[in-house]
Design a protein around this ligand. Structure first.
Ligand code: ATP
Length: 217
């Protein structure tokens, strides 16, 4: 499971998903847009639009699935609920992994029922070159005694461990930067798939931000 706002999906997400799948030999990677992200303000673009961009982004990539299960649930999109539904789908013996970037991991202690995440899955934390802060004590306490030394060690059990992975590409791309470029009418070419850029242009997405910025001044 790889959750996020994907506002919009970019090559940092997609390349990490491919490299993680290869590193751990995953059968499938569900990329799941948050419908109502509990820990941040509501995205400027609708869940349906973020899902459409994700679908374009994963098109033709073996094993990557644009999964709409959080859009079909009311209320905050808690990861424990999403993992519980994946666990139900794949059964108790499947090795289930939740992938997240280092920046998201830094606030794990503030997530809803963080200990329960480990009852449902392993966590794999991917390095981001643009986010290198130290882990807060509360997160270290939460994950204490669970760290695996390698992917092989992690994959020996279905849940309960965590692993830090430095993937080969480590792309310093963020959706915030992309939205800022769009706002300033600068090029976003090569930061995200061309099909997603074309969709943004055709649908006039993020241009609403431009109007808001102008009106607020
Ligand atoms: P924003 O800038 O709006 O916060 P973002 O680029 O961080 O967006 P999200 O959709 O918030 O993207 O992130 C979803 C998940 O993807 C998070 O776990 C995040 O850490 C991870 N992630 C985002 N960008 C990268 C990247 N370049 N490399 C690796 N992981 C990433």
């Amino acid at each position: 499971m790889f959750g996020g706002t994907f506002d919009p999906v970019h090559h940092g997400h997609l390349r990490s998903a491919v490299e993680l799948s290869e590193a751990l030999g995953l059968d499938r990677l569900h990329m799941i847009p948050a419908h109502v992200p509990p820990h941040r303000e509501a995205p400027g673009v609708s869940s349906d639009q973020r899902l459409s961009m994700l679908r374009l982004g994963v098109e033709g990539a073996p094993g990557l699935v644009a999964d709409d299960r959080e859009l079909r649930r009311e209320g905050p999109s808690y990861s424990v609920d999403t993992l519980a539904s994946l666990r139900e789908e794949y059964g108790p013996r499947a090795r289930l992994i939740m992938m997240l970037g280092h920046d998201a991991f830094l606030s794990l202690h503030r997530w809803y029922q963080p200990q329960r995440l480990f009852e449902l899955a392993h966590l794999v934390v991917v390095d981001r070159p643009d986010h290198e802060d130290e882990l807060p004590q509360a997160v270290r306490a939460l994950v204490e005694g669970r760290e695996a030394r390698s992917g092989d060690e992690l994959m020996q059990s279905p849940r309960g461990g965590w692993l830090r992975l430095a993937l080969p590409s480590r792309l310093a791309i963020s959706a915030t930067h992309i939205r800022q470029c769009l706002l300033e009418e600068r090029s976003v070419r090569y930061l995200l798939p061309l099909s997603v850029i074309e969709h943004i242009q055709m649908q006039g997405l993020y241009s609403g931000l431009r109007h808001c910025a102008v009106q607020r001044r």
